[in-house]
Ligand binder design. Sequence first.
Ligand code: R5P
Length: 296
Amino acid sequence: MIVIGGPTSEPLAVKVANELGLVAGKLEVRRFPDGEKYLRVLMDVQGQDIAVIQSIHHTPDELLFEYLLLADTLKDLGARRVITFIPYFAYARQDERFKPGEALSFKTVSKLIESVGTDEVYTIDMHQHRVVKSSEVFRIPSHNLSAMPLLADHIKKLGKLQNPLIVGPDAESEQWAKLAAERLRTDYDVFLKTRLGDANVEVRPRKANASGRDVLIVDDIISTGGTIVEAVKVLQGQGAKRIQVACTHPILAPGALEKIRDTGVEDVIGTDTVPSPISVVTVAPVIADQVRKASE
Ligand code: R5P
């Protein structure tokens, strides 16, 4: 098995390779003077199984195209299997035609990924709301892994929260709240969220009361930070004590982190699916585990 990081995930690929006692494969990627992308695989991949890691965030169109070039080239050079890890999978949120005529981006992106010969695809805490399983969209084997247990372990290591209530800010976050609660052996609840615009949400409590409790808020993505800020306000209104925040994908639009920190929360942490100032947990062990299984 060879582990190769696409241009956006090279450091993560090196960590995964280290976990497995391997050396990560190398690429040359640059632009031609006219802006086109150049990619060259710098190793012999003939007959090999390849684990490709390429997170698709922030400049998703470019990063997706890099992945397509890479996977297609690997197959063309004779790689036996291309097993792809897309830690952050952009475009998963456009999984439905909300207004007539909209592009179903999730479907289009998955078709492109399949079209270059990808044999299997893994995502991490993918945004699955209307589509609840990636197999509803992909025709190749697809699996969604979770970083929540690792985030919960990190929160435990920080040791600031006593018997915390785990809170997911919306109904869809129940899957992550449940995982974190199981890991920390505590209870959880989810709030109800109404999206009022790209950066505005309204969050209402459901049944649990955070009065006098430490709280850990968990979510898949922090983008504008609006969801977390509104959840914090509700919790503070209920009389919560210490509040920490954990997300898998710290997309962090400009000002998001400051906005959340201004509420007075203790810590905001995320993973390296999207490199950021709060990416203190690596998902390398989650990926390495699957690469190990795939090589057996
Ligand atoms: C949406 O349903 C997701 O799970 C996140 O709650 C959302 O993407 C966070 O976005 P923002 O930080 O912009 O509120």
